[in-house]
Write a protein that binds this ligand. Structure first.
Ligand SMILES: Cc1cc2nc3c(=O)[nH]c(=O)nc-3n(C[C@H](O)[C@H](O)[C@H](O)COP(=O)(O)O)c2cc1C
Length: 329
């Protein structure tokens, strides 16, 4: 499928999530389905300008992950330009601008989600990105800041940006991630008024919800974040459902967790070849495996105690000992 000047194999996109969609995580997800596009989570333009090398480890080997998007967050057009110049040495496919982050830090710095109520600054940032980026540019927004946006106004602004596509997380910034605040109506109306492709995002937890999202809003593609945590098969299930009208359901059990962890460890070992983290590759591996083990346990009955024990582990050895004990039962 085509998103502006970008060609993708399919319409499923892995969302950027700080401390989640790391390089090994993205590679792990793609072991189950060749997701059309994956995203590096937000990078602060000010941090890049201050110390370009500080983001080096976030971008290790990204050329192996194409197609891949890198996201920038900031409110100063000049810093953005400098950050773009620095990123030019990397081989990636899309430059994404964050205008949706609800964190206190972002709002205080008048960036991310704050830009949903400062459309003038949003315009300056996006125009700068389009002017200086040699890569296709996308913009990730919310449906508004505290209330739904003025759709006509927003569509007009976005249509004039010359971006390749727009991504919308279907709830206002102020609603954070709150359950019950998803607003597909605004997404639908925005889509009707846009001349650029629109990617829909928010609370897609299974293929049936994914289909409803597309049917209701007519968005061109879907971006999925949290549900992929512990459920890497979601993308292949969506593909099956959209093409065959049914999908294989997986029962989560110890065998599934075991085989997923083996895959994750293989991915990690391969990724770490030639890489050397200052705090030690074993620490990196431990953190990755620990987080993902806990997520894999999320739909298992009575797993609270196990997840707590996993959460208390301090190193790879402890984690592996607990896993051995659980798996041997
Ligand atoms: C832990 C976490 C970190 C996130 N980090 C980012 C980020 O760096 N950039 C961004 O645009 N959105 C970020 N998001 C938002 C997601 O990309 C996505 O828009 C949101 O989770 C809604 O989609 P979902 O319901 O499929 O998870 C983050 C979300 C979570 C839960």
């Amino acid at each position: 499928m085509k998103l502006g000047t970008l060609n993708l194999e399919n319409r499923y996109i892995l969302a950027p999530m700080q401390n989640v969609t790391t390089a090994p995580y993205r590679r792990f997800i793609r072991k189950f389905y060749k997701v059309g596009l994956v995203s590096v989570p937000l990078l602060y333009t000010k941090r890049i300008v201050k110390n370009p090398k500080s983001i080096k480890h976030e971008l290790y080997k990204i050329e192996e992950e194409k197609p891949i998007s890198i996201q920038l967050i900031g409110n100063d057009p000049n810093s953005l330009k400098k950050a773009i110049d620095y990123l030019e040495s990397y081989d990636f496919d899309v430059l994404d601008i964050n205008a949706g982050c609800p964190s206190k830090r972002a709002i205080k710095a008048k960036e991310g989600g704050y830009l949903m109520k400062d459309l003038e600054s949003l315009g300056k940032i996006v125009k700068m990105a389009v002017k200086y980026s040699s890569k296709p540019v996308s913009l990730k927004i919310r449906t508004g800041f505290d209330t739904p946006m003025n759709i006509g106004k927003m569509a007009k602004i976005v249509n004039n940006f010359n971006i390749d596509f727009l991504i919308i997380h279907a709830r206002p910034v102020k609603s954070n991630y709150n359950v019950g605040t998803l607003d597909l109506e605004t997404v639908k109306q925005l889509k009707e008024n846009l001349t650029v492709p629109l990617i829909g995002n928010g609370d897609i937890r299974n293929p049936i919800i994914a289909k409803h999202f597309i049917d209701y809003t007519n968005v061109d593609a879907l971006m999925i974040g949290r549900e992929s945590m512990g459920n890497p098969e979601l993308f292949s299930q969506m593909h099956e459902y959209f093409t065959q009208g049914k999908f294989a359901r997986f029962k989560n059990n110890i065998d599934r967790i075991k085989s997923h962890l083996l895959i994750y460890e293989e991915v990690l070992d391969e990724y770490l070849i030639g890489i050397s983290y200052s705090y030690g590759n074993e620490v990196f591996k431990f953190r990755e495996l620990k987080r993902n083990t806990i997520w894999l346990y999320k739909n298992i009955n009575n797993s609270t105690k196990i997840r707590r024990r996993l959460g208390e582990t301090k190193n790879l050895k402890q984690l592996k000992l607990i896993l051995e004990e659980i798996f041997s039962k």
